[in-house]
Design a protein around this ligand. Structure first.
Ligand code: PRX
Length: 649
């Protein structure tokens, strides 16, 4: 594999002010982390976290792969994010919220602490206790962060469900977590439109969810809100009379902090369980080093709290570091294509963390739009969620960053909890498209099926060879799946954390992510299981069989292509078009708009091997309009190839 050897070094100016700088120091740090692994992590845990009871045990691997870190220590995450800043940063702005229609409100650390405490007291009054599960289904408003922090304060395990997920997807998550409470808003605002949420919660609860006792509703929009007396409660009514202090629940380091559902290769999303101390340490430490955090930074991450990026790099990492950040409710293109740049100018954003999809969609609109705005406050840029193609990287670097801001291309996952591979911006030279090197204390490598290190430029599985503090602890209710999915026998005999991505390293040891090894798609940086979309399709009464694959997309990275077999005669022409639209809408209603197929093709049959397995590689080639090189001699009905190639326009 050949790469253009474009290399960008951080400027001397950036290097001089960076939290970590000097390649030699860094190499020494890296080697120290490698040679004194447990010491490295325990020193950081003692230095960065405020403990109620300090830990004595660093690491417990007596029951692999159920590892424990700092297990006899106690702490509270909300205390670490809020209370400990109050003596000297109580008046510092923690959150600047910009609404969809451009209204701005700000919250200091003291004000945020007050809101979190009052809401936490309200939850306690409703009987929520340590270990109870709470679903958060909110738009990107400050209350989403307040709700997460309030759960952390009383030891309730939150599970945030992205506001774009449908009632069915919400129900599945509520039921799997057996949640006692759902926190929602009557609606959200996006792109000038009202997006109802309470109705979706009602619909989900009608589908089951016997564990739910109450629904707390934040009044976001002046609309009529459907109401179930006795079950539904207004957020403001509940919290306005509550005391302004809430005693934190002192948690054991290994108690779960949250569950976050993510797609895997089977139909059912997995509830990734994160711990209290190890997770906090990962989010805090990486925010400081990779985002080079400074007290006067204005940081903005465009993710939604429904995804892991919104957990680690909005709710927990920045607050634990006492940072000031921007929270944005709306979409990048509303009311016009200058929104993002205008917000950077307006709030003097210095560190901007976003996704390649957003960069690509804004690149397309032309350089003249960002050039109209003063972006000189920016000093550091970041990218996450999917591979960033060199053209998008260069545009981000030159046009947005004015050639002076390093870009941290951060590779990580819901399961890793915090950044794993990324430049440290005052140190590493950057290569567009590569997430460069593992952070200190992260033993990442690329290995073959036997677990042997791959040669330079040889593709293999991306693994992490030693357990690290912010690693997931389990799959909620399914320890077997945790074991077999992340510590499989392939690629290292069950010893290594297997990320599910393929990668290779270049001659400088830099990592290049090639894509997923499993049937997981990455659409606009969102993880979607092909099996999840297939089961949504076959739930339609007319669908007999469906197979879903990805194909490259210029903006979204990957697009969803569905091959569908219907009952009766294969539709054609206008009929096929109408049916394709119906099925797209069906999937959007079953899962959420993010899963809506871009392309649906109808065939009388799907191509299968002799043992009856769908030939996905063949389908991927067909979706990409590639020449077919696979052996198709075993196909019962070769003329279906022609049908599968036919796009419904
Ligand atoms: O395939 C990798 C891709 O996103 C997957 C993780 O998705 P998720 O758990 O939803 O978390 C996304 C945000 C951390 C990975 O397995 N991915 C993530 N970051 C990058 C990436 N691919 C290439 N480059 C990245 N920087």
């Amino acid at each position: 594999m050949q790469h253009d050897t474009l290399i960008f070094k951080p400027s001397d100016e950036f290097r001089r002010q960076a939290n970590l700088s000097g390649l030699e120091n860094y190499q020494a740090l890296w080697e120290n982390a490698d040679n004194n692994y447990l010491q490295y992590w325990s020193d950081l845990a003692r230095e960065l976290i405020t403990w109620k009871k300090p830990f004595m045990q660093i690491f417990d691997d007596s029951n692999p792969p159920f590892y424990k870190w700092f297990a006899d220590g106690t702490l509270n995450v909300s205390y670490n994010c809020l209370d400990r800043h109050l003596p000297d940063k109580g008046d510092k702005i923690a959150l600047t919220f910009e609404s969809d229609f451009g209204q701005v409100s700000q919250f200091t650390y003291a004000q945020l602490h007050n809101r979190v405490c009052r809401f936490a007291n309200a939850l306690r009054e409703l009987g929520i206790q340590k270990g109870d599960r709470v679903i958060i289904y909110l738009p990107m408003i400050v209350e989403a962060i307040i709700a997460m922090q309030a759960c952390a304060r009383i030891g309730a395990i939150h599970s945030v469900v992205f506001g774009g997920f449908s009632a069915g997807a919400l129900r599945d998550r509520i039921e799997d977590a057996q949640a006692k409470i759902v926190i929602t808003a009557n609606a959200g605002l996006r792109g000038g439109k009202i997006i109802p949420l309470k109705e979706t919660v009602d619909e989900a609860l009608e589908l089951g969810c016997k564990s739910v006792e109450n629904v707390i509703v934040y009044h976001r929009v002046n609309i009529d809100t459907p109401w179930k007396k006795g079950r539904d409660l207004w957020w403001n009514e509940l919290s306005k009379h509550q005391p302004a202090f809430c005693e934190p629940e002192w948690m054991n380091a290994e108690d779960p902090l949250f569950i976050l559902y993510t797609s895997g290769s089977t139909g059912k999303p997995k509830g990734v369980v994160h711990s209290t101390a190890g997770y906090l340490l990962g989010a805090m430490n990486s925010f400081y080093t990779v985002f080079d955090h400074k007290a006067d930074d204005i940081y903005w991450c465009t993710a939604d709290v429904g995804w892991i990026t919104g957990h680690s790099y909005i709710c927990y990492g920045p607050l634990a570091n006492g940072a000031s950040q921007i929270i944005y409710e709306g979409v990048p293109s509303y009311p016009d294509a200058g929104r993002i740049w205008r917000m950077i100018q307006r709030h003097k954003v210095s560190v901007f963390y976003t996704s390649p999809t957003l960069i690509r969609s804004l690149t397309r609109l032309g350089d003249h739009i960002p050039k109209k705005y003063d972006l000189s406050s920016l000093r550091l840029l970041g990218s996450v969620g999917e591979p960033i193609n060199p053209a998008a990287w260069l545009w981000f670097y030159e046009i947005v960053g004015g050639g002076r801001c390093p870009i941290v291309d951060t590779w990580w996952q819901t399961e890793t909890g915090s950044l794993m591979l990324s430049p440290v911006p005052g140190i590493n030279a950057m290569k567009p498209g590569s997430c460069t090197l593992p952070l200190p204390g992260i033993m990442a490598d690329v290995v073959d099926e036997q677990g042997n290190k791959c040669e330079t430029e040889e593709a293999g599985a991306l693994v992490i060879k030693r357990p690290f503090p912010s690693m997931l602890r389990n799959v909620w209710g399914d320890p077997e799946r945790y074991k077999s999915n992340y510590f499989p026998q392939e690629y290292g005999g069950g010893k290594y954390y297997v990320a599910g991505d393929s990668a290779h390293r270049d001659k400088d040891g830099y990592f290049w992510i090639l894509g997923r090894l499993d049937d997981v798609l990455n659409v606009s940086g969102h993880r979607l299981g092909t099996a999840e979309i297939e089961s949504a399709l076959v739930a339609h009464e007319q669908v007999v069989e469906a197979a879903v694959v990805g194909k490259p997309d210029e903006i979204k990275g990957e697009a969803v292509v569905a091959f569908v077999v219907l009952k009766g005669i294969r539709p054609d022409g206008e009929e096929a078009k109408q049916f394709a639209e119906e099925l797209k809408l069906w999937v959007a209603n079953e899962i959420g708009k993010i899963a809506r197929p871009d392309d649906i093709r109808f065939a009388e049959n799907l191509p299968k091997t002799r043992s009856g397995k769908i030939m996905r590689r063949l389908l991927r080639s067909i979706a990409k309009n590639e020449m077919i090189t696979q052996d198709i001699s075993t196909l019962e009905n070769p003329q279906i190839i022609g049908q599968l190639q036919q796009q419904v326009i």
